[in-house]
Ligand binder design. Sequence first.
Ligand SMILES: [Zn+2]
Length: 471
Amino acid sequence: MALLIKGGTIVTSSEEFRGDILVRGEKIAAVGSGLDWKEEQTIDAAGKYVFPGGIDGHTHFGLSIRGARTASFDTTPAAVSGGTTTIIDFVPQPKGMSLLDASIKHRSEMVEGVSAADFGLHAMVMDAQPGIYDELPALVEAGIPTIKLLMAYKGTPFYSDDATIFKMLEATKKVGMLTMLHAENGDIIDVLEKRLISEGNTDPKYHAESRPPAAEIEATFRAVMLAQAADAPVFVVHVSCADAMAAVRDARGRGIAAFGETCPPYLTLDVGYLTKSHFEGAKYVCSPPLREKQNQQPLWQALQNGWLQTVGTDHCGLNFKGQKDMGRGDFTKIPSGFPGVENRLALLYSYGVRTGKLSLQRMVDVFATVPAKLFGLYRRKGSVTVGKDAGLVISDPDYRGKISAKTSLHGVDYNAYENFDQIGRVDKVFLRGKLSVHGGKFTGCLGQGRYMERETYTTAYTGGAKKRLHR
Ligand SMILES: [Zn+2]
């Protein structure tokens, strides 16, 4: 069965043109103008944009954080209805379990047969047993070429010290994997948290005070220097402030293969939200925390100029009632993170493209194309190209509305962007050729998402050539 999407404005990371897309089965079969075939179903996309399906390289579905569990994969229709056809989820590593076994468990118990979006998995170190470095070839074999370590959360399983990170960078380099780092100085935060609580400063806003920009900037600088010392690529997740962004940008200028992600909260929200009354500031607790507003413009500029490479969401579906409010009287007990997988495209378009901060091509690049390249999916996804999966988003630029929890599918009792103006809306989404959103409504089903074995960073980024990208 073939499908013809006619007359849309097709936007890729490098081009924008009016054209037609022929889809056969799960793949894009032709892209051109004046395509005309008889047998197919035709969809009129005149006046609409056609984007490649989004790839959100940073989600936490079904993750336990400080005694709370985030919304699970049965809420992934939120991703698809927001134009994200592929998610890459971080696999928690239970104590004593190998990284590979943790991935197999996460996939079979949580994701397989449930996810509405195609999915990949990132490994995440939570128990740095001596054997984890030897496991890397098996992870690559299993289609998991990325691994995250966290420099923050001292005294918890999430924390990794510099020795662990340096050894991991050296080991990942040998097999072509990409190391991802959560860069915040765990020691600074540990001291400040304890002091603030002992002084009776327990409100959500003190979460931000306990994690100052300097803690992130120092760790980001250390992250890129560890990568330089190991001569390995590194990817810094959720860069939240201007100077941390500069640390990643400047490292690239010095020839280090340093890449960085920022997230919609840091582009559109600021630290003031943490002071909302009735404990509602807890809704906005994430790590790194929301920053002063003056950081937003440099982050947009970084996306436009390619100084940062991707926008992921760090999606954590945590309810206010029963989860966020566990931290009343002690901000360190507020589970960190909030949802956003549904709103990524809408926020980038409304607050980036429509305000002139981001070109359409750059938006597609950070939303879909570079995540595909860096995370090893580019052979299949991330562009509107013949032979790739027909993950396609048809977006109506004339839509005007408001973001609201009432219309969200993310399974959470609030939306951090409540009442935000939204320009443009996802009208239709195709997941490997299958219509999954129609008229803005999710029409797909749970379980339609398929596991994506990903290629190593080096293979994917250089289009199959095994040569090193940097130096
Ligand atoms: Zn995260």
